[in-house]
Design a protein around this ligand. Structure first.
Ligand code: C2E
Ligand code: CA
Ligand code: CA
Length: 589
């Protein structure tokens, strides 16, 4: 080696020796062959007892996948990984510090790796301060709660999704929250009360997340809580290494946010439904992840609310199917694919005499162009959730009233004397509902006493707002029936709290009236309590003569079921009444 070459070799060595980055040469198994002083300095805190013999072992804690990355890298030369970031947590003199390192591995030839580790702390901090500064920007804050808004969440998510495995923030979870009864609060108590509740939710959310920090998620900047709009809130949790951590935070949030909110003199209850997307299921862009989280939230809500549901890809397919169903239902409403059938409700008179003209119950059907006739259980819930129930209910009510008046023309004093129409929960809480019922009656020229509206027990028990609405309906002069009685939560002892005129004993009781002493006793008690409160009773789902005999014996006023008639088209109702023949009387043993 001549002098010039010797000098440049020397300066090259010096250069490598002093380089502010760690340079480590290893074989493909990670055994260290050469390392510069910076390498030793940066890697030492990671080594066990100062052992730096194998790079894969040294880095295992922070980049566990490195060995696999190398094994899976088939080309003879080239980059195995570039700028993979990881965080070193150190404690010196009792003070915790974070150091962010960046690692790149290059395959130099078929048996040799060059690994470069550099300190990226400054760079990461600059990025994070930039993010924090932008967070403060007013246009990125929700005006009502001063929380970050949707844009910020999307940016945050985009960063997390771009993070490499092992990077801080790579293992994230998105928690999408919605209040179960917020609309009811807003509609019944006004927007300013609604806004106050949203502000309280925001405060609790932030306070709760700070609490969980001290339970292990030390880096504040790894998580974010935001309001997307309306009553939708989102939390992105970073540094969530185990799904168990996510479950714990989710349960805690649901618990804390479901406690009553004090606004003025009101104590308001608003439980939370939550949808969660875990890192492993997060695909597509930030919008897609938020959409998937909201799909899981809707599943939580449909299952009764006050719970969380973790997103799975099959939910997305179901959501697409639901959207198609929803579109089809909209078309059904606008193109007259919905129609009504009517099931006779007969009077149970003494000596087994049956009155076929006591009334009918209107039941909606959907004549689907491909699926044929679709029963209401398959689309009422959908209509409620997608906001079509108002239009659907209005169609049912007006059609039923119009039909009722036509029967009066055709059948005279033999015509049905009552029209029962089912209400769903969403209708009853709709502002303006009472006025629309009044309008339907007036338009059809139908006296209100001929109309009976049926509500289910769980709906009627709900709260003061619903009860007030029921009283307002009764004030129109119509009657109210408590549908499916016995299947809900409340018991006979609370029957007096419902402002209803009629109790409909559920089919599950009627169907066992003649075979189970227990059910017979329950029906007997229901009829007695109802009578004592001045309410009449109807037994639903009577299918046999022997059930009918027990029901009549127990003193029910009316009966309904396949024994008398299935639901019929309007013309068939005329024939049912005109051709009605008394049934044989079944003798009770
Ligand atoms: P519901 O109000 O309890 O109506 C009685 C249901 O029991 C009807 O089913 C009827 O066909 C069925 N049924 C009657 N008698 C018998 C019997 O003897 N045996 C058996 N196995 N079943 C019998 P449908 O028409 O499928 O209605 C189901 C539910 O859908 C109704 O339960 C009601 O809650 C709801 N619904 C129907 N029409 C409307 C509507 O226009 N608006 C709303 N909101 N809900 C409706
Ligand atoms: Ca009913
Ligand atoms: Ca019923």
């Amino acid at each position: 080696m001549d002098k010039v070459t010797n000098d440049s070799y020397e300066s090259l060595m010096q250069f490598l020796y002093r380089a502010p980055v760690a340079l480590v040469q290893t074989n493909l198994q990670g055994d260290v062959e050469m390392m510069n002083p910076m390498g030793a300095q940066l890697l030492m805190p990671l080594s066990r007892e100062g052992n730096l013999e194998n790079l894969f072992e040294v880095l295992y804690q922070v980049v566990p996948q490195l060995k696999e990355l190398v094994q899976n890298f088939k080309p003879a030369t080239g980059p195995v990984c570039e700028s993979l970031r990881f965080t070193l947590r150190e404690k010196s003199r009792g003070i915790r510090t974070h150091r962010h390192l960046s690692i790149s591995v290059q395959k130099l030839d078929p048996r040799c790796l060059m690994t470069m580790v550099s300190d990226a702390t400054l760079e990461v901090e600059r990025e994070q301060t930039g993010l924090a500064r932008r967070l403060k920007d007013a246009s990125r804050l929700d005006a009502l709660t001063q929380m970050p808004n949707r844009e910020v969440v999307k940016e945050h998510l985009a960063l997390a999704m771009a993070a490499a495995p092992g990077d801080p923030g790579h293992e994230f979870a998105v928690l999408f929250m919605n209040c179960d009864r917020f609309k009811l609060i807003n509609d019944s108590l006004g927007q300013s009360v609604g806004d106050a509740v949203l502000n309280l939710i925001a405060k609790r959310l932030q306070a709760t997340l700070r609490l969980t920090d001290s339970l292990g998620n030390s880096d504040d900047r790894q998580q974010i809580a935001a309001r997307l709009g309306g009553d939708e809130f989102v939390v992105v949790l970073g540094q969530m290494m185990r799904p168990d951590d996510v479950h714990a935070v989710a349960l805690r949030l649901i618990d804390v946010l479901s406690k009553p909110y004090g606004v003025g003199t009101h104590q308001l209850h608003c439980s939370i439904s939550m949808g969660i997307v875990l890192r492993a299921q997060a695909v597509g862009d930030a919008d897609a992840v938020l959409r998937d989280a909201s799909i899981a939230m809707a599943v939580a809500k449909r299952s009764g609310g006050a719970r969380y549901v973790i997103f799975t890809p099959s939910m997305q397919e179901l959501a697409v199917a639901r959207a198609a169903n929803e579109a089809a239902l909209r078309i059904a409403l606008s193109e007259d694919q919905l129609f009504l059938v009517y099931q006779p409700v007969v009077g149970l008179l003494p000596d087994g005499i049956i009155d076929p003209s006591a009334g009918v119950e209107a039941l909606v059907r959907w004549q689907h162009p491909e699926r044929g006739i679709v029963p209401p259980v398959e689309f009422i819930g959908l209509a409620e959730q997608c906001g079509l129930i108002g239009a659907l209910g209005d169609f049912v009510l007006r059609t039923a009233c119009r039909q009722f008046m036509q029967w009066q023309d055709v059948l005279g004093d033999k015509a049905p004397r009552l029209m029962a129409v089912n209400l769903s929960r969403a209708q009853l809480v709709q502002p303006g509902f009472v006025a629309s019922v009044r309008d339907a009656l007036q338009t059809c020229n139908m006296a209100s006493k001929y109309l009976q509206l049926e509500v289910t027990e769980s709906l009627a028990a709900q709260d003061e707002g619903v009860q007030a609405q029921m009283h307002a309906l009764k004030a129109l002069g119509l009657s109210l029936a408590l549908d499916d009685f016995g299947t809900g939560y409340s018991s006979l002892s609370s029957l007096h709290q419902f402002p209803v005129d009629v109790v409909k004993v559920d089919r599950s009781f009627t169907s066992q009236a003649d075979t189970s002493q227990h059910h017979r006793v329950l029906i007997d008690a229901t009829v007695r309590v109802a009578k004592s409160l001045g309410m009449r009773t109807v037994a639903e789902g009577i299918e046999t003569l022997s059930q009918a005999a027990v029901i009549a014996e127990l003193g029910c006023d009316k009966g309904q079921g396949y024994l008398y008639s299935k639901p019929l088209a309007s013309a068939q109702i005329v024939r049912f009444i005109q051709d009605f023949k008394q049934l044989p009387v079944h003798s009770l043993q």
